[in-house]
Structures are given as C-alpha cells and as structure tokens.
Design a protein around this ligand. Structure first.
Ligand SMILES: [Zn+2]
Length: 65
C-alpha cells in the first residue's frame, strides 16, 4: 500500500504544504495548496492566490536552478 503523500513548499513565500491524494486521514493536516501553476513541465503549488499571481508574473524569480 503506497500512500500518496507529497510535501511541497510555496515557491513564493516558502510556506510548507502537504498534498494528500488519500484524503484527510489524520486529524491534523498541514495547509493545502490553494492554487497551482504550471511552468515548463512542472507544477508549482501555492499557499494562496496572491502567491500564484506573483509567480505567474515572473516565474524565473522564484524558480531555483
Ligand atoms: Zn505562499
């Protein structure tokens, strides 16, 4: 049994979030991403729409490497 559970960080403000495809099995689940954006072939997750907006305006500013 594999649990689909991914930890992601908002690239704009650095807030940590968790993505769980299993749903909420635990009482305490970290903040979930409120917005996503695709850049290149990668999907980025954001804690809020304001962060997504900032990212969309200049993605290269927030992508490392
Ligand atoms: Zn954020």
């Amino acid at each position: 049994m594999t649990e689909e559970h991914v930890e992601v960080k908002c690239p704009v403000c650095g807030r940590e979030m968790e993505i769980s495809k299993v749903g909420v099995l635990y009482g305490a689940v970290a903040a979930k991403p409120r917005a996503t954006s695709t850049h290149g072939d990668k999907t980025y997750y954001f804690c809020c729409k304001a962060c997504k907006k900032q990212f969309d305006e200049s993605p290269e500013k927030f992508i490392k490497g």
